[in-house]
Design a protein around this ligand. Structure first.
Ligand code: SF4
Length: 712
């Protein structure tokens, strides 16, 4: 039986999979055996339940044909691809002529492959002249991107997964890694247990998550007191002399004002604000300060905040003051949520960036891309496009004439979901390009385009540690599904850009893309479909075809090992921040802080995992976690139903009483949209405030109240 090596298309861990057909090759019925690829350097044969069951949904509820309708009240009718693509091109041309290119928006996803992302950038940013391409990565890790750029001069995690097994102290903040990035945590957990007592694991989270249960020290801080905590740790490091003066002197800028600020964070004050003990704070600082190597991991608990960039930069400050970067087991490591969010960043897949880690605001960067795309000077706008939430505001205000969604489900995942739905309802022309139907967003679409998914198109994905994997097609596409990049290119050709969309294969698209990374931090000009297919996954930077595969040689897998950074003066930048607090703090009317997150088995809005029986049995329904004392005050016990209300909406949920959450804090999983549960949407409760730097919404904290539902 022939098996295919590929990548798991769920989370940013990027586990290697081997997929073998176990029944006759027929796209409608074919079944697959999926197991971990032992040769994949990132996952070493491990796989979680999502990866193991991925093939179970491959046949179910697939969108097979292009469909259109004139208004949201009408049923869809099947049309040919030509009819659908002509209608899209006609509408885009009309909107550009009458409203300008900025009235066209595309909202993509970290599920897209690099070739898809790249082709979409060329269409929107190059040919149409609008930077209105954003992705659901904006909801996920744009604060990390902003922090890396501001602190180091470039995006790109400087660390690698091997650091998990080489560190003396792992500091996990705002990440439930055990459930959200299970194979990363498996590697860390195994190492931590093997080195019992010698390696420290510190977890910072208001909940005692599956991750926190393994910790040597769990700091259950009050929501959004992260900056105070980290400034408090910095204060102790400074007082005790647990810093690296030589690194600070030679490789950084801005330490003196930073040190002056953290001087105002004595342990007693910090402990009180954070809701922990002085002893706990001092223990965390001692372990950080006395460890030879410190690795920090973070994800949405830091990023999804109105001060997300400030939080991520404050964490990076700790690494800079203690010289914990650029060597084994050390560095600040943001875990990406999605399988190719990293590839999206490389290809310019956010509204403020261009391929090759370039910025739309930088004239030299724009010129380099325009030249590569054979477009006239000035084709690319110098103005960053609309970020994810701003697209909703644009729809709400009637400023968007074409809204094109690819491989994502904003009718569940956006904040303030009733406002989001109202905005989607106002869209005059929404295109939804997806593999599955129905989804919640399909309710708001005028055109449905069937997209080929995992295993049905060949392309590239990059995981959290910069490892690039070739993902070949191994099954026929169902119905008339097409690869996303092919659809974007078809529309581009119809708009008169035949030269720009001349590539016939995804290998050609990738070959063109990597040329735009030449000389950049993310240089991958040594990579190609063929090389990756022949040699297996390779980590970037990989500037030449003879660059050794970092996974199998002594070539260093880390960035900034020479302590030089791609800033104008070559130094990493300190920045000082004071905590601003929650956008919506609790008050007598809404006394609880509601937070949310993922469960081990489910993925995002369940477009795929909701169709897998094993995962549905594992997590049958949404729930609300509540501390026993809060439950007692409300006379609630596990199994009771409540209505959770915020200033924007409500959700009906079953209570789970647990000691594993702080008093005053509630938790809801974020996976249930209207398709999977009645009136239990997490984002009915969230608000739309964003980080002013990264424009990432503060999904992690909203003020709510809880009203018991009594039997009638
Ligand atoms: Fe897939 Fe992530 Fe699970 Fe790995 S950890 S198998 S990438 S979902």
């Amino acid at each position: 039986m022939t098996s295919t090596k590929t990548l798991c298309p769920y989370c940013g861990v990027g586990c290697g999979l081997e997929v073998a057909p176990v029944s006759k090759p027929d796209a409608a019925t074919e079944n697959y055996l999926v197991k971990g690829d032992r040769a994949h350097p990132s996952s070493q044969g491990m796989v979680c339940v999502k990866g193991a069951t991925i093939a179970d949904a491959i046949h179910k509820n697939r969108l097979l044909y292009p469909m259109v309708r004139d208004s949201l009240d009408e049923p869809f009718r099947r049309v040919s691809w030509d009819e659908a693509l002509d209608a899209i091109a006609h509408r885009i041309r009309h909107v550009v002529d009458t409203q300008g290119p900025e009235a066209v928006c595309m909202y993509g996803s970290g599920q897209l492959q690099t070739e898809d992302y790249y082709t979409a950038q060329k269409l929107l940013k190059g040919c149409l002249g609008t930077n209105n391409f954003d992705a659901n990565s904006r909801l996920c890790m744009s604060s990390a991107v902003a922090a890396y750029i501001q602190s180091f001069g470039s995006d790109g995690p400087p660390t690698c997964y091997d650091d998990l097994e080489q560190t003396d102290c792992a500091f996990l903040i705002g990440t439930n890694t055990a459930e959200c990035h299970p194979i990363v945590f498996n590697r860390l957990r195994k190492y931590h247990r093997k080195k019992k007592g010698k390696v420290k694991l510190i977890v910072v989270d208001p909940r005692r998550t599956e991750t926190a249960k393994d910790a040597d020290l769990h700091l259950a801080i009050r929501p959004s007191t992260d900056i105070t905590l980290m400034n408090g740790i910095a204060h102790i490091l400074l007082r005790k002399g647990w810093i690296d003066p030589l690194f600070i002197e030679e490789a950084t800028q801005g330490f003196t004002p930073y040190a002056a600020v953290v001087d105002h964070y004595p342990p007693e004050k910090v402990a009180e604000v954070c809701g922990i003990t002085v002893a706990e704070l001092e223990q965390a600082a001692r372990w950080w300060g006395r460890s030879k190597s410190v690795l920090s991991l973070w994800s949405m608990g830091i990023n999804q905040s109105a001060e997300g960039t400030a939080k991520a930069r404050t964490l990076i400050n700790l690494h800079l003051m203690s010289g914990q970067i650029g060597r084994p087991g050390a560095g600040p490591f943001s875990l990406t949520g999605q399988p190719n969010a990293m590839g999206g960043r490389e290809a310019g897949g956010l509204a403020h960036i261009l391929p090759g880690y370039r910025l739309v605001k930088n004239p030299e960067h724009r010129q380099a891309v325009e030249t590569a795309w054979e477009l006239p000077p000035g084709s690319i706008s110098p103005t960053p496009g609309l970020a994810a939430w701003d697209m909703m505001v644009g729809l709400e205000q009637g400023a968007v004439g074409v809204f094109w969604v690819a491989a994502t489900n904003p009718a569940v995942s956006m904040p303030d979901i009733e406002r989001t739905k109202a905005a989607l309802r106002r869209s005059p022309f929404t295109i939804l390009q997806d593999a599955y139907y129905p989804t919640e967003t399909a309710e708001y679409a005028h055109v449905l385009l069937p997209a080929a998914q995992w295993g049905e198109k060949s392309g590239i994905m990059t995981n959290s540690e910069r490892t690039v994997t070739y993902c070949p097609a191994f099954r026929d596409r169902p119905g008339e599904a097409r690869a996303d990049w092919e659809i974007f290119a078809e529309v581009g050709r119809r708009l008169g850009f035949a030269k720009q969309f001349a590539c016939q294969t995804s290998a050609e698209v990738y070959a063109e893309f990597v040329q735009l990374t030449a000389g950049r931090v993310c240089d991958m000009t040594g990579l190609s479909h063929q090389r990756l297919a022949d040699e297996g996954p390779i980590q970037w930077p990989c500037p030449q075809v003879e660059t050794p595969d970092t996974a199998s040689t002594k070539h260093d897998k880390r960035l900034y090992t020479d302590f030089r950074f791609p800033t104008p003066n070559g130094r990493a930048q300190f920045a000082t921040f004071h905590e601003q607090g929650l956008t919506e703090p609790p008050d007598p009317e809404f006394p609880f802080v509601l937070t949310n997150g993922r469960l081990y088995g489910h993925w995002h809005t369940q477009s795929r995992t909701g169709r897998i029986d094993k995962i549905r049995k594992m997590h049958p329904e949404p729930l609300l976690e509540m501390h026993p004392i809060d439950a007692q005050h409300l006379k609630l016990q596990s199994g009771d139903w409540v209505e959770v209300r915020s200033r924007r909406g409500q959700a009906r949920l079953k209570v789970v009483v647990t000691q594993y959450i702080r008093r005053g804090v509630l938790f809801i999983p974020m996976h249930w949209g209207a398709l999977w549960a009645d009136a239990a949407e997490c984002n009915a409760l969230t608000h739309s405030a964003v980080c002013p730097i990264s424009l990432q919404p503060e999904l992690k904290a909203s003020a709510v109240t809880v009203v018991p539902i009594t039997e009638e």
